[in-house]
Design a protein around this ligand. Structure first.
Ligand code: ASC
Length: 149
């Protein structure tokens, strides 16, 4: 028993911040990335609703949502184990052109960071423009790497 405890402690000590998450099962990775995308979509949608006047536009709430989007945009990418297309919109192209996939990840991270920075200023027109630029990056990746069904 003690040996297992020691092994577990050692294992956790050497993997405090794993470069790649070690998902026990492929389905766990799919769940993780879909969770991150789903929460990101919710907060991105809240910014859209505020811009359209469906919910109150306040610099505080838009900024809080943009900060969450920027954080969430950094998460899904560790959770694309090769060929994990089951119960997913992920297309095989993700693993055929990993460089392009990576480039679009980085573009999203940079653009969502920019949106979060701009959101702090609270200027609705500027936020609207940065929001549109961000949505284009979402779409650019979906067009190549996400199936519609
Ligand atoms: C969203 C959402 C997406 C993007 C995309 C923008 O709110 O869920 O996937 O915006 O539709 O083109």
């Amino acid at each position: 028993m003690k040996r297992y405890v020691l092994a577990a402690v050692l294992a956790s000590a050497i993997s405090v911040v794993p470069a790649h998450a070690q998902f026990a099962k492929v389905e766990d990775a799919v769940d993780y990335r879909q969770g991150a995308f789903s929460v990101m979509s919710y907060h991105f949608g809240q910014i859209n609703r505020a811009l359209k006047g469906e919910i109150p536009f306040t610099a505080e709430s838009v900024s809080a949502n943009a900060n969450l989007v920027a954080t969430l945009a950094k998460l899904p990418w560790i959770a694309f184990p090769a060929g994990s297309t089951a119960n997913s919109h992920a297309k095989p192209e993700i693993w055929k052109d990993p460089e392009k996939f990576k480039q679009l990840q980085e573009k999203l991270v940079a653009q969502t960071d920019k949106l979060a920075t701009i959101a702090k200023e609270g200027d609705q027109a500027v936020i609207k423009s940065a929001f549109g630029d961000t949505a284009k990056v979402c779409k650019e990746c979906h067009d190549t790497f996400r199936s519609k069904h």
